[in-house]
Design a protein around this ligand. Structure first.
Ligand code: NAD
Ligand code: GLY
Length: 361
């Protein structure tokens, strides 16, 4: 097992990465608050992993809430259902909410933990590659609004993250690939050495080689932990972690939440952003091609669906959280390994990108 830390002063917390960690009580000792624990999971993950987790919770009063599976359920109603359960069962302020699942479970459970009695202890046990490398770390919690992605939420840091690589054995191919997209993101805008390493090791990662997966999760979390420690509330550098997301969120909302997985939309979004970077002279055509090729090895989409034309994309992008004074700020890459946030890009180039980076009708 490898452990790293998100250094947020008195709110610092560990991220444990390794195989077969779920049932270990030592990892939760000193983390859980009072005796009441609400484990939030979903109809897919619960039957697979709840029994493995139980020994880690000892003799606490454990309540389990299983929510329906999928992005389409990352809604106000699901979040409210969690709060109902906490109130009905008289959970007190020293309770702990544990998220056992992918990013959807983590985001909703985290938002419930952030809002119940103005914030209770929260533990992330991510079971998808995407959640292990990204959503479980950093304290962003959210639900979707029908018109836009993650528009309602809060910052609420977990007390501990346990990334059990063994849970990835049961993950579908499509979900594994979606997580790989967020991994590639770190290489593309934060760390060129990581991008090079991913090119060399993509086959092993996608074949679920345990060592390759552990290195991938650890390296990704190390990058994210550094960025979050420097900019917890996204006043600056943290926005780089949204590379591909403005386009990606527009695709997710435009198609209806759950049609494409979040990571799939981010993969296409990164390729669209890279195309804009080439048109505006920030990156070379060869670098954009390397990014597309790496994502394509995981069979991820590299362009937007045909039916989302430039006008509709712009409309959807206008709801992005990075919009300031009506201007859409985009994360762009200045060559591979380095990112920047800008609202000062050529609008004609953006139109050309949105027009070109679409599947054939
Ligand atoms: P997800 O939670 O929907 O999980 C994908 C699928 O895998 C689901 O069907 C789930 O039930 C299943 N699953 C989960 N673990 C499994 C396992 N071990 N074995 C078999 N099946 C398993 O999707 P995701 O890709 O994990 O997360 C996407 C969500 O994360 C999006 O809502 C996105 O907005 C959010 N996100 C949040 C942040 C953040 O910082 N908070 C960052 C990135 C993404
Ligand atoms: N996924 C982007 C962030 O956590 O900031």
């Amino acid at each position: 097992m490898l452990t790293l830390e998100v250094d947020l002063g008195e709110r610092r917390y560990p991220i444990h990465v390794g195989a077969d960690l779920l049932g270990r009580p030592d990892l939760l000792a000193g983390v859980l608050g009072g005796p009441q624990v609400l484990v939030v999971t979903n109809d897919t993950v619960g039957p697979l992993y709840l029994d493995r987790l139980r020994p880690a919770l000892g003799n606490r009063k454990v309540e389990v809430m299983s929510i329906p599976d999928g992005e389409a359920h990352k809604t106000f109603d699901t979040w409210y259902g969690l709060l109902d359960r906490l109130v009905e069962r008289r959970f007190s302020r020293d309770c702990t909410v544990v998220a056992l699942g992918g990013g959807v479970v983590g985001d909703i459970a985290g938002f419930a933990a952030a809002s119940y009695q103005r914030g209770v202890t929260f533990v992330q046990i991510p079971t998808t590659l995407l959640a292990q490398v990204d959503s479980s770390v950093g304290g962003k919690t959210a639900i979707n609004h029908p018109l836009g992605k993650n528009l309602i939420g809060a910052f609420h840091q977990p007390a501990c993250v346990i990334a059990d690589i063994a849970t990835l054995d049961t993950l579908g191919e499509r979900e594994l690939a979606a997580g790989f997209a967020e991994v590639v993101k770190y290489g593309a805008v934060c760390d060129r050495d990581f991008f090079d390493w991913l090119e060399a090791n993509a086959d092993a990662i996608l074949a679920r080689d345990r060592d390759a997966l552990a290195r991938t999760v650890h390296w990704s979390c190390a990058i994210k932990a550094r960025v979050v420690a420097a900019d917890e509330r996204e006043a600056g550098e943290r926005a780089l972690l949204n590379f591909g997301h403005t386009f990606g969120h527009a695709i997710e909302a435009g198609l209806g939440f759950g049609t494409w997985l979040h990571g799939e939309a981010v993969a296409a979004g990164m390729c669209i952003a890279a195309d804009l970077c080439v048109r505006t002279g920030l990156a070379s055509a060869e670098e954009a091609q390397r990014l597309r090729a790496l994502l394509a090895r995981a069979r991820l989409p590299t362009s937007a669906p045909a039916r989302l034309g430039p006008e509709r994309m712009r409309e959807l992008m206008a709801l992005d959280k990075k919009v300031r004074a009506g201007r859409i700020r985009l994360v762009l890459m200045r060559g591979l390994g380095s990112g920047l946030v800008s609202d000062d890009y050529d609008q004609g180039a953006l139109d050309a990108t949105l027009h070109e980076c679409r599947d054939a009708a």
